[in-house]
Design a binder for this molecule. Structure first.
Ligand SMILES: C[S@@+](CC[C@H](N)C(=O)[O-])C[C@H]1O[C@@H](n2cnc3c(N)ncnc32)[C@H](O)[C@@H]1O
Length: 282
């Protein structure tokens, strides 16, 4: 019976490859790391080690989940974002590399020493606000989400990153949130149009929470609420930083102008598509 790490990597990789999982080798290694609660480097440095029966069974169960296209982040309950790992499960969107553009841009606007109050709308795993709080020790955070289960995860992440004393969480839809005045509001809301939603990969559609993805007929339903509410929740001169879909810039500019926001900057992703807007309340 196959029971050493090296052989299990070959066996698992072949199994996932046959199931058309593109990242079959890396995923197999990550699943073994999860089973053994080890880092990848320690796994690969000790690849002649044998696994006991119970761990082998666990490994087979995880392989089976991955073979059905369940995202590796949900199986391992972990996703790296910016400079940290965040706990994730299928109650939250898996943090995306594109969202790191927001962090990069905000850090350029706010030097280390400034005290700022920040609101994150639709916090999900908490990856954006918690990454910012880590980078800027004078920032205080507030995070809201309509999903009770997502908030549980965000609170857990705040605890493991030892930031729970600098952030408050509220279960609220953005249109019903009236608490506080903020220097900065950030959001990566659900912005995929109902039509485009149908064309997403099955692993996204089947496993990620629909309320983290769908933004109504034109994808702008939550943006409209965010922009309206932000114009009340922001201090004068405060900034609103939004992640947007690649084809939403023009509509968003109209919406922001109507609510009296000045657009400072539009930032493109590595594919040269407009994905982030930085605006000021005037
Ligand atoms: C695209 S996910 C973003 C999660 C996280 N901020 C990130 O960037 O990975 C959007 C989040 O907004 C939340 N949400 C959806 N509608 C909302 C609303 N009306 N008010 C507040 N949060 C909302 C969803 O539950 C989800 O967690």
């Amino acid at each position: 019976m196959v029971n050493n790490i090296n052989e299990l990597i070959s066996l698992g990789s072949k199994y996932l490859k046959d199931k058309h999982i593109q990242s079959y080798k890396l995923d197999t290694e990550l699943l073994l790391c999860k089973v053994l609660n080890q880092t990848r480097s320690s796994l690969l440095l000790n690849d002649s080690k044998n696994l006991n029966k119970s761990n082998i069974n666990k490994f087979h169960r995880l392989l089976k989940r991955r073979s059905k296209n369940e995202p590796i982040a949900y199986i391992t309950n972990s996703k790296e974002f910016w400079k940290s790992n965040f706990y994730v499960n299928n109650n939250v969107l898996i943090p995306r590399p594109d969202t790191e553009i927001l962090i990069e841009e905000i850090l350029k606007f706010y030097p280390q020493k400034k005290h700022k109050s920040v609101l994150d709308i639709g916090t999900g795993s908490g990856c954006i606000i918690l990454s910012l709080l880590k980078e800027r020790t004078n920032f205080r955070g507030t995070a809201i989400d309509i999903s009770k289960n997502a908030l549980k995860i965000a609170k857990y992440n705040a605890k493991i990153h030892q930031l729970d004393n600098r952030i408050k969480f509220y279960k609220s839809s953005v249109d019903n949130f009236f608490k506080g005045k903020y220097d900065l509001i950030i959001s990566n809301p659900p912005y995929i149009s109902s039509l485009r939603l149908k064309s997403l990969d099955t692993d996204i559609l089947r496993y990620e929470p629909i309320q983290a993805l769908e933004g109504g007929l034109d994808g702008l339903r939550i943006f409209i609420k965010i922009v309206k509410r932000s114009s009340m929740l922001l201090k004068k001169g405060g900034k609103l930083v939004l992640e947007i879909g690649f084809d939403q810039k023009l509509k968003m500019l109209n919406l922001l102008k109507k609510e009296k926001f000045f657009v400072n900057k539009s930032v493109k992703d590595y594919g040269r598509r407009d994905r982030c807007l930085i605006c000021t309340k005037i």
